[in-house]
Design a protein around this ligand. Structure first.
Ligand code: FMN
Length: 245
């Protein structure tokens, strides 16, 4: 391997402040009761507002939920929705359900492979049986609504926008967690009305923010990526590098 190709992983102190935030950020699932001060939430929103978007279309709308009453109701209703969903889909409860529900559940998973991927499926089952929270008792939720009329790929723009917010929050010592399962509330028209989720908007995702109650565990492992580097001519094969080792 030539010097040019040698990959030396820098020690953590050699990373830039931005890289450090990226590498050190972890999802936080235990928050102090006290919310972040409003000025910090506004700065987090500002980081989202400055995100790039296709054609600068900025296909988003932000909603901040700080109200104890509304947060408690959201938790309750999301749990109820998980219970309803699992009543129809969880065939593992007994032999009778296994025989009659399994084919139906399999069809639903095929129709909705992302929403019913084994990871959210398992989490929804935990929520349905009161073994896990939905919103982790976060004192603040930031809802990210997507303007479906955006240019090219509004979901991509929302992802970038949310990640800007999350990194900004972590750079300030706050904790965050994406809560994709907020979508459980969208089975209920009441919540669509509450948050104005109607054309051209749809609820894309949600970020829980607050002061972390505990230090996050160690990093969740990331897969080593086999990256193809095209460095020669058109007919040359790429060099494959194991990124992350
Ligand atoms: C789009 C998206 C949705 C997520 N939804 C949830 C969720 O509903 N509940 C939850 O506890 N974590 C959720 N997460 C957090 C992931 O589980 C977490 O990012 C992943 O396990 C990696 O861990 P880390 O964030 O600590 O590095 C979500 C993450 C993303 C990016």
């Amino acid at each position: 391997m030539t010097d040019k190709k040698a990959v030396k992983k820098p020690a953590l102190k050699e990373w830039t402040p931005v890289e450090k935030v990226i590498l050190e950020r972890r999802s936080i699932r235990a928050f102090k009761k006290e919310p972040l001060p409003d000025f910090m939430i506004r700065r987090i929103l500002e980081a989202g507002r400055f995100a790039p978007s296709a054609g600068n279309s900025q296909p988003w709308k932000f909603i901040v939920v700080n109200s104890h009453e509304i947060l408690a109701k959201m938790e309750e209703d999301a749990r109820k929705a998980a219970k309803r969903l699992m009543w129809f889909l969880d065939y593992s409860r007994n032999g009778f359900r296994k025989i009659f529900l399994k084919p139906y559940t399999r069809l639903m998973i095929r129709l909705s492979p992302n929403e019913l991927h084994p990871v959210p499926f398992a989490l929804m089952r935990e929520i349905a049986y009161d073994r896990a929270p939905v919103f982790h008792s976060a004192p603040t939720l930031i809802l990210l609504l997507e303007d479906t009329r955006g240019v090219s790929s509004p979901p991509t723009d929302i992802g970038i926008c949310g990640q800007n917010m999350i990194l900004a929050a972590h750079s300030m010592g706050a904790g965050t967690c994406w809560i994709g399962l907020i979508k459980l509330l969208m089975y209920d028209r009441k919540w669509k009305k509450q948050f104005g989720v109607k054309y051209p908007y749809r609820l894309n995702n949600c970020i829980a923010v607050g002061w972390p109650k505990v230090k996050a565990d160690g990093p969740v492992p990331r897969e080593v990526q086999l990256v193809e580097w095209f460095e020669g001519g058109m007919d040359d094969k790429p060099r494959i590098e194991r990124q992350g080792e």
